[in-house]
Design a protein around this ligand. Structure first.
Ligand SMILES: [Zn+2]
Length: 177
């Protein structure tokens, strides 16, 4: 039995990707990174099967995902999020706190604005992986604490109260009371 995994949806040109390699290194859940696997089957079947087997999907936003020149990456990330939703997998959007990324994700269960320089954020995400590994179902146990007034998406947001943050779906700024 392979170690349980989190499927990682991202751009391979993410400048902060080392943070996530460190995060998964030695973590209770393995990160499933498509570009390191070189599957012998069509990409979509490999991705579908690995999302199906994963505990959750991380959608890691980064600047190289935006712009017209990277439609290829955008299509794959959007498709992966759709597959994860169809399999009822927890979808966790990770966005750099210092750099909002205008990349809409139509559905997610959680949004984490992270600072890769902050050790407490690393510890928080390690704790999240440990929770996912223990069969805990974040779709049930962590209720949405935000509903976007613009698009109606309900999700759980980790952020300091009083600070505005972008809705992961419609990118409208939300100020949680
Ligand atoms: Zn919204």
């Amino acid at each position: 039995m392979p170690r349980p995994s989190v499927f990682v949806s991202h751009s391979q040109h993410d400048p902060r990707i080392d943070f996530f390699h460190r995060l998964f290194s030695g973590a209770p859940l393995r990160g499933d990174w498509f570009e390191f696997e070189k599957p012998k089957v069509p990409a979509w079947t490999w991705i579908r099967d690995h999302i199906h087997g994963a505990k959750a999907v991380f959608v890691i936003l980064s600047a190289p995902m935006t712009g017209w020149s990277v439609q290829h990456t955008q299509n794959w990330v959007a498709w992966e999020a759709g597959v994860a939703c169809a399999f009822n997998k927890p979808i966790i959007v990770l966005e750099p706190a210092a750099e909002p990324i205008a990349f809409p994700v139509p559905f997610c269960n959680r949004q984490v604005l992270y600072n890769e320089q902050d050790p407490s954020h690393f510890d928080f995400l390690r704790g999240l992986l440990a929770d996912l590994e223990r069969q805990w179902n974040p779709n049930v146990d962590v209720r949405p604490n935000v509903t976007c007034p613009e698009c109606g998406l309900s999700f759980h947001q980790y952020n300091l109260p009083g600070e505005p943050f972008p809705c992961p779906c419609c990118r409208q700024e939300i100020l949680r009371q």
